[in-house]
Design a protein around this ligand. Sequence first.
Ligand SMILES: [Zn+2]
Length: 430
Amino acid sequence: MAQTRPILIGNARVFDATGAEPFPADVLVEGNRIRAVARDLNTLEAIGADAIDATGMTLMPGLVEGHSHPTFTGVSEPAQLGEIPPEEHLLMTIKNTRVMLDHGFTSLFEAASAKLRLGVVTRNAINAGDFIGPRMRAASPEITTTAGLGDERRAHLYRESFALIADGVDERRKVARLCMREGVDNLKINVSGDDFVTHAKASITPMSRAEIATAVEVGHDFGKMLVAHSRSAESVKRCVEAGVDCIYHCDQSDEEALDMLERNKHRHYVGPAFGLLYNLMYEHEKIGIAKQWLLDRGFDRAFDVSCRTYHEMRRRGIRVVIGGDYGFAFTPQGQNARDIHHFVRFFGYSPSEALQCATRVGADLMGLKGECGEVREGFLADLLLVRGDVVADVSLLQDKANIAMVMTDGRLWRDPRRDVAREALPLAAE
Ligand SMILES: [Zn+2]
């Protein structure tokens, strides 16, 4: 349901996400595509077009959240996600997709869904045009092993979390096929543990090679992507060997793991999900986490190790996407664009490179390579207008008040000519 009239965005400073310097241009959108990018201002033939004056603003591709969790509702621990009834959980999920769209994220690559059908149903409703939302690749829940990240049960007590627990090759195949049947795009496996799990720390790799290979086989047989929670060096190596498409965290990667990733860099994407660590280290007091609690669990070391690892990832030309595990109490949805600044500040990316990770590289991960993620003729019209010079100051993107226009698939979610944000209007699309 695109706008009926073409839209002419005039006199914008265009950041096209190819690595080129920003340049002034007029950009014409017709239907859901960018029809023309004219560097000679005031030369476009745009009869009957709606005009938007972009003087003083940056026109750039919409942001891609490469590790999004729209089903994470601001909880402080995973077991709380298991306690939310599915009906309420679906409404919260839809709301979170809108929060992210409102902050400039026109694509969400879901890193895991807290329940099997939440991401799938939300994606389907957006694709059907039932409501305006970001593009979505919907994920499965986090498939884990007994004693892995996401197994919140105790010997005397059953507890749901965000995981599906499957041990051994046969159970793994069955649960992966279940996720295929229910329509996920991304199959998520928790290969390593994490430092907030007492029985499976980040350095532990509970998932066997055979279990990983089985998930990859099923996912790829159905034409879907495999995504992994992998902090330990061993987990990264097992994921590369098995052909997991997107490997998250990778913070404890040793030289061998980095070499393996580099040799296979055209097969894999990685994502640090660094927002989680940053907020834990710098904003823990806001939610009552004591510094000592973090130090006892080694989060300060994890922070430093992540910085070193992602300097290397950048240097070796490995494809890295933004996305910071937003959706916990200490990482509220809407802060997602902070990751761009983190890439510059902590990993040594130039502002332009970090913005490319957040747009073009993310669009490639979405499966839209050559079709989305750049301001280019013929590309899908997922576009932002940002007040000011985003390349000079990437932190402008952290405040939605600076985002004057959000366009998704050619439709205006936020229109700089109206002072009423779409968020204040009813749920239905036009
Ligand atoms: Zn995550």
